[in-house]
Design a protein. Structure first.
Length: 214
């Protein structure tokens, strides 16, 4: 499951390898314009699927960000689809320029997964939380806390990847999937968690602290 030492996510290889080969072919044929276009596309693919190293915090009772991007919502809500109770919701919007690999917010066991097809509204719109294509899983921590994490496809994103299956054990900060080309991650935490982020703040997956369990 882990891709910690890969500089490029393996899902990017089917895009990166052909782009590189076509660019080399254009260069050998002396087609300058197509060569420059190929270089641009190759660099964009490499940038989009990049997998930078992250220093995983070891602060006790901390919950990590599952994604890179901008916090667009922080607040209590009624989560009636999976957890069936009130929770602290933190939503993170991932733009085209964000790292799109997702990381586990805590160590624990995946106890349930659920995939739902849907629409492709712009991911920073609140209705995307319910209507867009999405993949959810519940993580139970060593302290028996249940954390719900939902990967949501956006207007451009057409593929959600999740390696985590029911019964898997995830380490905090471990890569468990990605979403292609602009998307969103919703994190539902126990109300006992004190949020450490605000709307508008930028966070890094596996490195930024979302909140602390009291």
């Amino acid at each position: 499951m882990a891709q910690e030492h890969w500089p490029i996510a393996r899902e990017g290889l089917p895009f990166l390898i052909p782009a590189t080969l076509f660019t080399l072919g254009f260069a050998l044929l002396g087609w300058k314009i197509l060569t420059f276009v190929g270089i641009f596309l190759t660099l964009f693919v490499a940038f989009f699927f990049r997998n930078p190293k992250r220093k995983i915090p070891t602060i006790q009772n901390s919950i990590l960000s599952p994604a890179d991007g901008k916090v667009i919502y922080v607040g209590a809500c009624e989560e009636d689809r999976f957890l069936k109770h009130k929770a602290l919701k933190v939503s993170i919007f991932m733009s085209l320029f964000s790292v799109h690999l997702n990381r586990s917010p805590a160590s624990g066991k995946v106890i349930k997964t659920s995939y739902h097809p849907g629409k492709f509204f712009v991911a920073n719109a609140e209705k995307s939380s319910l209507l867009n294509e999405q993949n959810a899983f519940i993580l139970e921590t060593e302290d028996r806390l249940k954390i719900l994490l939902i990967q949501i496809a956006g207007f451009v994103a057409r593929r959600i990847v999740c390696y985590a299956k029911a019964g898997d054990i995830l380490k905090r900060g471990e890569i468990f999937g990605l979403i292609r080309f602009g998307s969103r991650v919703d994190l539902y935490l126990p109300l006992s968690v004190n949020p450490a982020v605000r709307v508008g703040q930028r966070v890094k997956g596996g490195e930024s602290i979302i909140g602390y369990q009291s």
